[in-house]
Write a protein that binds this ligand. Structure first.
Ligand code: CA
Length: 294
């Protein structure tokens, strides 16, 4: 098995950094700090990090075709105009569940947003996975989710991969790209107990999945057709949350981490927890799809 070492590119001391996506136009990483309610855009070439404070927990963010940022928060969906800083509240699919918040979310290759929810108290089965289309409609696609997390689509657009963290599995669905419907859910990868819990994930140009490992000190590369572990990126941080490919030719893996659950001793042992890391993993990834506005 191949191993890679990640290095810290931005020691941002986030509480719970998450949801990285590559902004090709700006050559920047868009990401969130869920607990601090912040959306950020980090420019690797200059190390500048722009930040917008949202007055609620924010679980995911994607770019839109119109140049805005669409995010999922504790009070539902919201849109941020990064030029003016103006925040507009959009639909909330769970007004009856105030303890729930949006967690991981990502656009499919057709530009629909898929975003899941979870209870802030991690109540079993309290979350759902939603599909948000450019017509502005929200539809519940998966029920009884505990911690809705990583999403990825195969390059042929026919398979959607999905993680509900406590299951310790990566599941696959048959994906209908035209209708955006999913079916035939099955397990394709089981995360070994000593590797922690699967969190966010991304897919590379060879169809292999890179899964961030909460309490697992890294990112694993798995083959979803065999379930085999192929490689691991090692980090000096225990809780690794999500990853995406970016940079020139999409050869760089960008990785977010968390510091939320560390005590004083833990902060001393993992001073870069909450930082943004990179690793050159010798394989190209795919662009991050944007949300297609009507
Ligand atoms: Ca996550």
């Amino acid at each position: 098995m191949q191993t890679y070492q990640a290095s810290c590119i931005f020691d941002g001391k986030a509480t719970l950094a998450e949801g990285p996506g590559w902004d090709e136009e700006r050559q920047a990483i868009v990401w969130v700090d869920i607990e601090k309610g912040k959306i950020s855009r980090f420019y690797p070439s200059t190390h500048r990090n722009e930040t917008w404070a949202i007055s609620q927990k924010v679980g995911c963010v994607v770019r839109t075709s119109g140049g805005d940022l669409l995010a999922g928060g504790q009070e539902g969906l919201l849109k941020l105009n990064p030029e003016s800083g103006e925040v507009t509240s959009l639909q909330n699919p769970e007004p009856d569940l105030p303890v729930n918040r949006f967690n991981d979310g990502k656009c499919d290759p057709q530009g629909r947003l898929w975003a899941g929810t979870m209870s802030c108290e991690e109540e079993e089965g309290a979350g759902s996975l939603y599909r948000i289309t450019n017509e502005g409609s929200i539809k519940r696609m998966v029920e009884s989710v505990t911690i809705s997390n990583g999403l990825a689509w195969s390059q042929d657009g026919r398979t959607m991969y999905y993680i509900d963290t406590p299951t310790r599995h990566v599941d696959a669905f048959d994906f209908d790209p035209v209708e955006g419907e999913i079916s035939n859910r099955r397990h394709v990868i089981e995360i070994p107990k000593d590797m922690g819990y699967p969190d966010g994930m991304t897919i590379d140009a060879e169809g292999k999945l890179w899964v961030a490992l909460w309490a697992g000190w890294g990112v694993g590369r798995w083959d979803p057709s065999t379930g085999e572990l192929l490689a691991k990126v090692q980090l000096p941080v225990e809780c690794v949350t999500a990853c995406c490919f970016g940079g020139k030719d999409y050869h760089t893996l960008y990785i977010t981490t968390a510091s939320r659950d560390l005590d004083e001793e833990g902060h001393k042992e993992q001073p870069q927890a909450g930082g943004l890391f990179t690793a050159d993993v010798g394989v190209a990834g795919l662009p991050t799809p944007v949300f297609k506005e009507a």
